[in-house]
Ligand binder design. Structure first.
Ligand SMILES: [Cu+2]
Length: 197
């Protein structure tokens, strides 16, 4: 009898196992293999999940400054002025002014609008954008770049406001001045109604 069999403590009948046990032994490697495949599949799913979250994270990280630009100074709100009936002006601390006019008067939703921004006492920014956001509800991304006109300090553009699920909502229009040392914002608030008046 070989020494290996003796060391394993097997009896002399090791070579004559019942067929049931022999069959069980044959099953084991394939079951273990399947379990290994399952574990590999689980790991692959986890890896795929991690890659996906990383991709989403990167997209959010890149889109964040676009959606929520890091603004420096924000001009004070001018509550006394009604943007729906005419142009309004906001002032920065250095007395630089931003005047916004939206036509047609009344600022109807779902209708083409014309925007005019006039800067006073402000050096020509690299870019001027006009952003519309719901004050107490998310109305999505509503921003347009305004183009310089022939008159110095005057920028213009067009756009349209989406219809709200509510009858009346408050908007904040922000003129964003992209300057060499950051972004300044001049906010203006107004209400819109679905009826448009
Ligand atoms: Cu709304």
């Amino acid at each position: 009898m070989p020494a290996t069999q003796a060391r394993c403590g097997t009896t002399g009948v090791a070579g004559q196992q019942p067929p049931a046990i022999a069959a069980d032994r044959q099953m084991k490697p394939s079951q273990a293999g399947r379990r290994r495949v399952d574990r590999l599949a689980a790991l692959l799913w986890i890896a795929a999940g991690l890659l996906l979250s990383a991709a989403i994270g990167t997209a959010v990280y890149k889109a964040w400054p676009l959606l929520y630009p890091q603004t420096g100074e924000r001009a004070a709100l001018n509550d006394a002025c009604d943007l729906r009936s005419g142009p309004c002006t906001a002032y920065f601390a250095d007395r630089g002014s931003v005047t916004l006019e939206i036509l047609p008067a009344g600022i109807p939703v779902a209708k083409p609008l014309a925007f005019t921004v006039t800067l006073g006492g402000i050096r020509r920014p690299e870019r001027v954008e006009l952003d519309f956001a719901g004050v107490d509800m998310d109305m999505g991304y509503n921003r347009t770049e305004l183009a310089p006109t022939q008159s110095p300090g005057v920028y213009s553009g067009t756009g349209m406001l989406p219809i709200c699920v509510r009858n009346r909502m408050t908007w904040e229009a922000k003129v964003l001045l992209f300057e060499a040392d950051g972004i300044r914002a001049a906010p203006f608030r107004f209400d819109t109604t679905r009826a448009g008046h």
